[in-house]
Design a protein around this ligand. Structure first.
Ligand code: CMC
Length: 488
């Protein structure tokens, strides 16, 4: 009880702090200013304010006391949108940790389900906990019959991500008892209800993704293995098994995929994770929120970079063409895909791990012909002052696409291989968000630059103007159809 009261007091203080001027006044009236604060002078009226600095951030709401001042930050370039204890990145040092554990150690010593547990619940599991968690995921490894029917409705050449986004959205209809829109907002206050959705999503994802892949290939669907396989192994089993129920994927390939899943499981407030938190703030069910985050990841600026690396390498074609391509990069005509990162100003710690994984995969399935070109390109970039000065290093996507390609995945499937593990990150943030005392609905403000209020103009009073802006593309087929004479 004492712990709870202390926690409650701490949370109350954290929530109230930005609103209570006494924090500011007290600090300002003391003779010695606290070093953990920022003194701001508003030159419009000469008033001075002292704003507390907490974890190297100031609370944006503190600014509102300064004549309603707001911070403007499109793209959240320098905005912390939440307090989180899950993943930390240190761009300068090239560090990435999950719950404090360096990614390198996790990739070497752990496995995807154990890392998932760590991300979701904060600590590494003991044996009983891991067994229970693994069993819950295993029990949910399957696809609901209604979703199978939905997948069947898609064209054979539908994009896997389009299918995945739709299937996850459709799942929101299947569990009305856990849908806040239907049974009330506080349904997720019950952690067991939350866990059921978490375990179901993690369990369903590989089965659903395998089904999507087999739908495109025209092969019958395969359920999970009767053998106790690892998460990645079971996924490969559902993708590849033909007639032999005892089929077992190659251990090196399964381990490489497992490591890739570990590397992609979370990356703090990236676009799709922020989307998850954004959606969660509306109180929508977790399946709709996961579908929306999947859609965010589908965008070429987020989950599509490894595919773009392959396209780029194909375009360069051979090692002799590297210098001329690099000149185009420097003239800013093209970007060197798989290089640079918003956070890392150093080698992306995931890049080295995936590079080593890829090498092991090549030893089993043969070298991807573009690898030599990629290695030469990396060497060239790392010795070129343009890249050195801008601190541009390979990121995780530089080699992951090559590894997936060598493993026989089509390019359109690469983002699916990103979604499967990233769902764990999204769900960890969803969980954390639900417990956060500051979890207001996300509702940013804007800088309005439109018209001031004006009276409505009736049709006969309106000026004629160009319609160029509202024209849309019309296909030749559509033109053919509509040039037909209108029947009398
Ligand atoms: N190729 C060439 N120049 C680059 C690149 C690049 N890949 N990335 C950055 N630059 C230049 C940029 O033009 C700018 O130059 P200048 O100072 O002369 O204007 C300078 O480096 C600083 O870049 P920035 O605009 O501050 O970088 P950013 O933080 O806005 O962009 C990025 C980060 C990832 C969008 C960008 O590096 C990029 O487009 N990379 C290629 C795409 C890619 O590989 N994306 C995957 C990222 S990892 C995914 C994940 O973590 O999940």
């Amino acid at each position: 009880a004492f712990e709870r009261i202390t926690m409650l007091c701490k949370y109350t203080l954290r929530v109230l702090r930005p609103f209570v001027p006494c924090f500011m006044t007290r600090a300002a009236s003391s003779t010695k200013l606290t070093s953990d604060s920022l003194t701001v002078v508003d030159n419009r009226d000469g008033k001075s304010y002292e704003i507390p600095i907490v974890q190297n951030t100031i609370h944006a709401r503190q600014l509102s006391q300064i004549q309603g001042l707001r911070s403007y930050d499109p793209g959240y370039m320098n905005t912390a949108s939440a307090t989180s204890a899950i993943t930390n990145t240190d761009g300068e040092k090239g560090l990435l940790t999950y719950r404090g554990y360096p990614i390198k150690e996790l990739a070497e010593k752990s496995n995807f389900l154990e890392v998932s547990y760590l991300l979701l619940y904060g600590e590494l599991p003991d044996e009983t906990q891991l067994e229970y968690f693994t069993e819950r995921i295993r029990k949910h490894t399957g696809v609901h019959e209604d979703i199978t029917k939905l997948i069947d409705c898609f064209r054979h050449d539908a994009h896997p991500m389009g299918m995945l986004v739709s299937a996850l959205g459709a799942m929101s209809n299947l569990y009305p008892e856990a849908n806040p829109s239907l049974v009330g907002q506080d349904v997720y206050a019950d952690k067991q209800v939350r866990n059921q959705q978490i375990h179901r999503l993690i369990g369903t994802l590989p089965a659903l993704s395998a089904q999507i892949s087999r739908r495109r290939q025209g092969r019958p669907y395969v359920g999970p293995s009767h053998q106790k396989l690892s998460y990645a192994e079971n996924f490969l089993y559902m993708l590849d098994r033909n007639s032999n129920p005892d089929y077992r994927p190659h251990p090196v390939l399964a381990r490489a995929l497992d490591i890739s899943f570990i590397l992609h499981a979370d990356h703090e407030m990236n676009c799709s994770t922020s989307a998850m938190r954004h959606l969660a703030s509306s109180g929508v069910d977790v399946y709709s929120a996961t579908s929306a985050s999947t859609a965010a990841l589908y965008g070429p600026r987020h989950g599509g970079a490894n595919e773009a690396v392959i396209h780029m390498l194909e375009e360069i074609g051979s090692i002799e063409n590297i210098p001329s391509f690099m000149e185009r990069v420097k003239r800013k005509e093209v970007r060197l895909m798989g290089f640079g990162h918003r956070v890392y100003r150093h080698y992306d710690p995931r890049a080295k791990i995936i590079h080593d994984c890829a090498k092991e995969v090549f030893d089993v399935v043969g070298k991807e012909p573009l690898v030599e070109l990629a290695v030469a390109l990396e060497k060239h970039a790392l010795s070129d002052p343009y890249f050195v000065e801008r601190k541009l290093y390979p990121n995780v996507d530089f080699y992951s696409g090559l590894m997936y390609r060598a493993m026989g995945f089509p390019m359109s499937f690469y983002p699916v291989l990103f979604v499967i593990p990233r769902v764990v990150g999204w769900l960890s943030h969803w969980n954390e968000y639900l417990d956060d005392p500051e979890n207001n609905i996300v509702r940013p403000r804007q800088r309005y630059v439109g018209s001031p209020p004006r009276p409505f103009v009736s049709m006969d009073q309106r000026k004629t103007s160009s319609s160029a802006e509202i024209r849309s593309v019309e296909s030749s087929e559509s033109k053919r159809r509509y040039v037909a004479p209108v029947p009398p």
